[in-house]
Design a protein around this ligand. Structure first.
Ligand SMILES: Cc1cc2nc3c(=O)[nH]c(=O)nc-3n(C[C@H](O)[C@H](O)[C@H](O)COP(=O)(O)OP(=O)(O)OC[C@H]3O[C@@H](n4cnc5c(N)ncnc54)[C@H](O)[C@@H]3O)c2cc1C
Ligand SMILES: *[C@@H]1O[C@H](CO)[C@@H](O)[C@H](O)[C@H]1NC(C)=O
Ligand SMILES: *[C@@H]1O[C@H](CO)[C@@H](O)[C@H](O)[C@H]1NC(C)=O
Ligand SMILES: *[C@@H]1O[C@H](CO)[C@@H](O)[C@H](O)[C@H]1NC(C)=O
Ligand SMILES: *[C@@H]1O[C@H](CO)[C@@H](O)[C@H](O)[C@H]1NC(C)=O
Ligand SMILES: *[C@@H]1O[C@H](CO)[C@@H](O)[C@H](O)[C@H]1NC(C)=O
Ligand SMILES: *[C@@H]1O[C@H](CO)[C@@H](O)[C@H](O)[C@H]1NC(C)=O
Ligand SMILES: *[C@@H]1O[C@H](CO)[C@@H](O)[C@H](O)[C@H]1NC(C)=O
Ligand SMILES: *[C@@H]1O[C@H](CO)[C@@H](O)[C@H](O)[C@H]1NC(C)=O
Ligand SMILES: *[C@@H]1O[C@H](CO)[C@@H](O)[C@H](O)[C@H]1NC(C)=O
Ligand SMILES: *[C@@H]1O[C@H](CO)[C@@H](O)[C@H](O)[C@H]1NC(C)=O
Ligand SMILES: *[C@@H]1O[C@H](CO)[C@@H](O)[C@H](O)[C@H]1NC(C)=O
Ligand SMILES: *[C@@H]1O[C@H](CO)[C@@H](O)[C@H](O)[C@H]1NC(C)=O
Length: 520
């Protein structure tokens, strides 16, 4: 269905004139309609079914502004939309699964190119490859891969876009055994800024392919991509153990974690969450979820104004062997534990460590309000982490509307380091742990300033003991305030700025952690 709308720009558009300002009154049907295939659709935010029809954002913090959305049905539609947008000076953003959260997106005032018609999954088990459309999510891959005895690194959320994640890196629980998702990318088909459809791989447009692997949001819209696959590890099963500790054990836990800085089996992943349980209240599903009657498991949690630490262990090996590898955490005396074996695809169903940080509680719910800051570290400093936890606890007590945690995810990086740094734009193979500080105080954005001040100081304090000289942040976890040197490093920006000048000189793909045209 092509929806139409009054337009002040209809005349100018029909005369083929570029208009300087576009807005909610733009008649997108007049501008784009005639060149689109019959399967393509145009939507306006005022349409009653807009939120059902158009991919919504997971996070409302610093969200983009759209005056319309177009759902292309073919690659030629994507080319047409990119061409017409360029001719009419209309900003656009390609959307896969809407989980991208960075304050740089706040600059968007244009149209959403909703890629939800690009969701095919073609498994070629014989050649150990899989080809996926531009907005396929990880959960679509689970059954086909598991049934074929194959694996591919995935982000710890099922609902994230495979390309959104992998064009930046894809870190997660499988990183220890498999390395980064970006290293499994074999080729991409993409529409570039001038509307061309090109392929990039190690043999075609190899320079562009280098940039797509780490800075991929910057050079075009990927309609489909082929990944190489890995054979199952441990028969495709993992063991997941949750260990719960009182907050008073925090320093002991960080000291235990530190013993894994230089010595950790590839098969082991440690996800350490430190949090403060707020005062007793019922957490309600966001309005969006209520309206769509999406059931989410955050209903009756009793919060009790206590701090606690949860360690989630993921082990890709025989269950009976895991204990010998986690003695420092056992010695710390967990008050409860939860041990389960599951398919590698089902970690999110078995890891259960308190509603706010549980992988399954919030990762698939749109329209939430999260403010997060992260950084990568290559050493654990128990003193700095204790200070951060104490500060976070104090901040939580002072702000009862604030629910937050900080997490340290130790992903073994030996396999990640086995790929030479120069092979891809991804800059941070040396990161050993991802530190995430995340908070949620929706709908009370009055806490934005206080939370931002708090987290920026905390990030700087942890950075000072991180083992990195400079702040090092994985592009897909970035808050958005860090800047290109942090997302990409000055070394990588030499190649990346050259690629930007070649492939996107008008900076049309410069909303998601943009690579600048020049950097010195
Ligand atoms: C709950 C949650 C858990 C997460 N866990 C992990 C994790 O464990 N590991 C990890 O690595 N990341 C993780 N992430 C981060 C995730 O990788 C990024 O948010 C990613 O950008 C999401 O992709 P998307 O398609 O869902 O999002 P979108 O918002 O649709 O896309 C984000 C940006 O990526 C670009 N993009 C998306 N699709 C395409 C495409 N087909 N072609 C070109 N550009 C494209 C666009 O610029 C877009 O603005 C997590 C995010 C959330 C919200
Ligand atoms: C928008 O443009 C279409 C196609 O040109 C036209 O049919 C429609 O009447 C226009 N809508 C409005 C409200 O002007
Ligand atoms: C393009 O649009 C932006 C606003 O989105 C405006 O600032 C800029 O001047 C326009 N450029 C041209 C060439 O019309
Ligand atoms: C878009 O523009 C490119 C390059 O100018 C051209 O090759 C392509 O055919 C155009 N595609 C569409 C659908 O307009
Ligand atoms: C992943 O995408 C498929 C296809 O759009 C959808 O049916 C499924 O619900 C998504 N997964 C999750 C966990 O939401
Ligand atoms: C994987 O775990 C399941 C239980 O979740 C079990 O039934 C199955 O036998 C295991 N497979 C292998 C290969 O260990
Ligand atoms: C963290 O551990 C220290 C002891 O090292 C303790 O003094 C502090 O109270 C603990 N913090 C919290 C929030 O429980
Ligand atoms: C939550 O509590 C209400 C009322 O106490 C109860 O009816 C409901 O079943 C509970 N839900 C869950 C998921 O425990
Ligand atoms: C897990 O808890 C059970 C009792 O609930 C206990 O017997 C067992 O020793 C615990 N295991 C660990 C690793 O703490
Ligand atoms: C929060 O407090 C509740 C109530 O005591 C407890 O059941 C729950 O395990 C706590 N959550 C975490 C993650 O510590
Ligand atoms: C820049 O790209 C070339 C290949 O085009 C590569 O050999 C080189 O290592 C890259 N530089 C960095 C810092 O990765
Ligand atoms: C929002 O937070 C501020 C500061 O904590 C508080 O004073 C105010 O009452 C809150 N407002 C709402 C509507 O929750
Ligand atoms: C904790 O707070 C103190 C006092 O404000 C500050 O000096 C320190 O940098 C903070 N540390 C962290 C890790 O947040």
């Amino acid at each position: 269905m092509l929806v139409s709308r009054p337009s002040l720009y209809l005349l100018a558009a029909s005369l083929g004139l570029a208009t300087a300002q576009q807005s909610s009154s733009t008649n997108l049907t007049a501008l784009y309609g005639s060149g689109l295939s019959p399967g393509a659709e145009i939507f306006y935010p005022s349409d009653p079914d807009y939120s059902e029809q158009v991919t919504q954002r997971w996070n409302l913090y610093d969200a983009p502004t759209y005056f319309g959305a177009i759902k292309p049905a073919t690659e030629a539609d994507v080319q047409h939309i990119v061409n017409v947008s360029a001719q009419n000076n209309i900003s656009f953003l390609g959307t896969g699964r809407g989980h991208g959260s960075t304050s740089t997106l706040e600059a968007v005032n244009g149209i959403e190119i909703d890629l939800s018609n690009f969701r095919t999954v073609d498994l070629d088990a014989e050649n150990s490859k899989i080809t996926v459309g531009g907005s396929v999510n990880f959960s679509q891959l689970f059954d086909p891969l598991y049934d074929a005895g194959k694996m591919l690194p995935f982000g710890n959320s099922r609902c994230v876009g495979v390309l959104g994640a992998s064009l930046g890196g894809t870190v997660g629980n499988l990183q220890g055994i498999l390395g980064l998702g970006v290293d499994y990318l074999n080729s991409v088909r993409m529409v570039t800024a001038n509307g061309e459809l090109v392929e990039a791989s190690n043999t075609q447009n190899a320079d562009l392919f280098w940039g797509m692997r780490g800075a991929g949001a910057n050079f075009g819209i990927v309609t489909s991509a082929t990944f190489n696959l890995h054979d199952n590890v441990n028969g495709g099963n993992l063991t997941s153990i949750d260990l719960l500790y009182p907050g008073s054990a925090n320093t002991t836990i960080y000291e235990a974690l530190k013993t894994y800085d230089d010595d950790i089996p590839n098969e082991l992943t440690l996800n350490v969450f430190s949090l403060y349980n707020q005062t007793s209240r019922q957490v309600r599903a966001p309005r969006f979820a209520q309206r769509k009657r999406i059931k989410i498991s955050v209903a009756n949690i009793s919060f009790n104004k206590q701090s606690s630490v949860v360690v989630n262990v993921v082990w890709f090996g025989p269950e009976e062997e895991v204990m010998q590898h986690i003695q420092p955490f056992i010695a710390a005396g967990p008050t409860t534990n939860n041990t389960k074996t599951a398919r590698w695809t089902d970690w999110w169903t078995v890891a259960d460590f308190g509603a706010y940080v549980s992988p399954s509680a919030t990762d698939c719910v749109d329209g939430q309000y999260y403010n997060s800051y992260t950084l990568g570290i290559k050493q654990t400093d128990p003193v700095a982490m204790t200070a951060l936890f104490n500060n976070l606890t104090e901040f939580s007590k002072a702000n009862p509307d604030f629910t937050g945690f900080f997490g340290v995810d130790r992903y073994p990086n030996a396999v990640t380091l086995s790929v030479p740094d120069g092979d891809t734009a991804y800059p941070y193979r040396e990161i050993k742990s991802q530190v995430t500080m995340q908070s949620n105080y929706h709908p009370n954005s009055t806490l934005d300033n206080a939370a931002n001040d708090f987290f920026r100081d905390a990030r700087a304090a942890v950075q000072a003991t991180s083992g990195f000289d400079n702040l090092s942040v994985y592009v897909n976890f970035a808050h958005g305030d860090e800047g290109p040197a942090v997302w990409y490093t000055p070394e990588k920006l030499e190649n990346l700025t050259r690629l930007k000048q070649t492939w996107d000189p008008m900076e049309r793909f410069s909303f998601y952690q943009p690579v600048p045209l020049h950097y010195s």
